[in-house]
Design a protein around this ligand. Structure first.
Ligand code: ZN
Length: 404
């Protein structure tokens, strides 16, 4: 996909947008004229497009405008393929191959209007190396936040994306010894969801004390902690430690949801992983049935989270089976909507809430005084989220580019 240079904002005085979803969760505005000066929004007028003959107007009146999207949970090294041989090769690949795959995935994100991703770890820390060695050179506008290798308990799930603390080190000591260059810490605190036994809980990998020590250390290092956790006890230990986000959180239960509201811990439910499993498992198999039940249960939890006021950031777990970089964001938005979120509320999870979690302040909301940074999608809001596959333009810090 090519980004075509269109023009600097110094040539543009106004942008006319058919519809605007500003990222705040509030309702859609229609026929909005933005006044632009020095690359910033100086006025927002929703009383229609008057004086269409004036100079310097960019016509996006057939488009819906949103802040750039954020996928708060991806694995850049892995693709969504369900071919076991390819998946195994991706787990073992060297950096030369990883570089090509990561670049491809980044281009996929860009083509769906995703301008920030948070990586949940890979076993060789290729995404971290990519960020350090390649990202600045290729100058893609996407912000990449990386965990390097995740942490898991010896003998427990997590070897696909990380490693255990070694040599009698506590989790906090291990983190302290190897946090160079990373943007956040990823801890795995449960197993995967069973696809054979509905709601089967695994033991927490780390206790509350060990996790709390790790979170306190992370605070000193100014790093946030994302915790993979499914089931009541693994999530409860993570929530009690004051971690910053719960990843997946299947079967966490009402009590944890309430505590997350109280402690302002963000939830990244990755519901589309179960939808993808259900589509890849043979119809009539136990795995097919259980993945559908898991999905159903997660959607009920998401509805409760909305009621309790838990902050959800959209994350897809792109790179897991059947979850494809870029397009998965359409799946996850659809699932949030089917769980009861309005379109603007679901967009908020994929924009503002993601930027808060990733610590990005350059975008997240479209408002007066902010830089002109948005994505423009062909068509009306009712075409979303499917129309994310049809991005017309991306504007970053005042530079507008049309996508072919
Ligand atoms: Zn993950």
């Amino acid at each position: 996909m090519e980004l075509l240079y269109q023009g600097r904002m110094s040539d543009i005085n106004f942008i006319d947008a058919g519809w605007v979803i500003d990222g705040s969760g509030c309702s859609v505005s229609e026929n909005v004229r933005f006044g632009i000066k020095n690359g910033c929004i100086v006025s927002i007028n929703d009383s229609g497009f008057k004086d269409s003959a004036i100079n310097g107007v960019v016509d996006l009146s057939s488009c819906t405008i949103l802040p750039p999207l954020v996928d708060s949970h991806v694995h850049l090294c892995m693709s969504g393929t369900d071919d076991p041989e390819v998946r195994q090769r991706q787990l073992d690949m060297d950096f030369v191959e990883a570089e090509k795959i990561i670049s491809k995935h980044i281009a996929q994100h860009l083509s769906y209007g995703i301008l920030a991703v948070r990586d949940g770890g890979d076993r060789h820390a290729h995404a971290l190396r990519y960020l350090n060695e390649c990202h600045k050179i290729i100058k893609t506008p996407i912000k990449i936040k990386v965990a390097g290798k995740a942490w898991h308990r010896t003998g427990r799930y997590g070897g696909l994306i990380g490693r255990p603390p070694h040599n009698g080190c506590s989790l906090a000591e291990a983190i302290n010894n190897s946090s160079d260059g990373i943007d956040h810490i990823k801890v795995v605190n449960s197993g995967l969801n069973s696809l054979k036994e509905f709601g089967k809980e695994t033991d927490p990998q780390f206790g509350t004390k060990e996790l709390s020590d790790a979170v306190n250390l992370a605070d000193k290092l100014r790093l946030k902690v994302m915790v993979h956790a499914n089931g009541k006890r693994p999530v409860a230990a993570a929530v009690a430690s004051g971690c910053h986000s719960i990843e997946h959180g299947f079967f966490m239960g009402d009590e944890n949801l309430e505590l997350m509201t109280e402690k302002n811990i963000i939830w990244v439910p990755t519901a589309c992983t179960m939808k993808a499993y259900s589509e890849h498992m043979k119809k009539g198999s136990i795995e097919h049935e259980v993945s559908l039940m898991n999905l159903e249960h997660q959607l009920k939890q998401i509805a409760k989270a909305r009621k309790h006021g838990v902050t959800i950031a959209l994350g897809t777990d792109a790179g897991s089976t059947g979850v494809h970089h870029g397009s998965a964001v359409i799946e996850e938005l659809s699932l949030l909507i089917s769980a009861g979120y309005s379109l603007p509320e679901a967009i908020k999870c994929a924009t503002l809430n993601g930027t808060i979690l990733l610590g990005i302040d350059e975008f997240g909301l479209i408002e007066k005084g902010k830089p002109v940074t948005f994505i423009a999608i062909n068509g009306e809001p009712s075409d979303l989220p499917a129309s994310l596959s049809s991005i017309k333009a991306i504007c970053i810090n005042g530079i507008l580019k049309y996508l072919e």
